[in-house]
Write a protein that binds this ligand. Structure first.
Ligand code: ZN
Ligand code: ZN
Length: 196
């Protein structure tokens, strides 16, 4: 872990907030209190926290995130795929094809809206709920709906549709130590296990 001049600023002469007789070696990047070697905790990023502020969640496994993402993709795209293919089978009879394809589009839009509602209610999409993982901020606090939807989904999808390289590069970032995709870095989020 590299030394961050802000977080690891040596609090000269200061004592640990919990242990009065021990010299502090770090300043918590969240609450700003002094922490001794025993009280200092690493964050998911390079930040340093005190015992009280350290995130307690466990990072979600890459395979779990992959499965959750797969479920979400199926939930959203299945209606338009299935009904689109069905519609295609009736291509000679326009009367049947058009309503089927429209129904598929509606189904996919409905699934997207439902996903947004779920994320707003619990911070979890359907796939993430099934795999018992969720998106939180770097310090473990709740990630708000707009952050999850806009920064982690809408913008990456839009940019990815103009510049397909991003769609490949984005998930590759998950192989870093903190398992954060590019969209996690953009939204300042991590994906953790839901401990229940
Ligand atoms: Zn703290
Ligand atoms: Zn201490």
């Amino acid at each position: 872990m590299s030394l961050d001049p802000l977080n690891d600023a040596s609090p000269e002469g200061a004592r640990c907030a919990l242990h009065e007789d021990v010299l502090a070696i770090a300043i918590c990047s969240r609450c700003g209190s002094y922490a001794c070697a025993e009280c200092k905790r690493p964050g998911y990023d390079a930040s340093v926290y005190c015992v009280g502020c350290a995130p307690t969640h466990q990072l979600a496994e890459r395979g779990t995130r992959f499965a959750a993402n797969l479920i979400d993709q199926i939930v959203v795209y299945a209606p338009i795929l299935v009904l689109g293919i069905l519609g295609g089978m009736f291509e000679d009879e326009d009367s049947a094809a058009v309503p089927l394809i429209l129904l598929g589009i509606l189904g996919t839009l409905g699934a997207l809206v439902f996903q947004c509602v779920r994320v707003h209610q619990s911070g979890q999409s359907i796939g993430k709920r099934m795999m018992r993982i969720k998106v939180v901020r770097l310090d473990g606090s709740r990630a708000d709906t707009a952050r999850i939807i806009v920064l982690r989904n809408v913008i990456p999808t839009l940019v990815g549709s103009f510049c397909s390289v991003l769609s490949i590069v984005d998930p590759m970032f998950i192989f870093g130590n903190d398992r954060r995709c590019l969209h996690d870095l953009m939204a300042d989020t991590i994906v953790v296990n839901v401990d229940e």
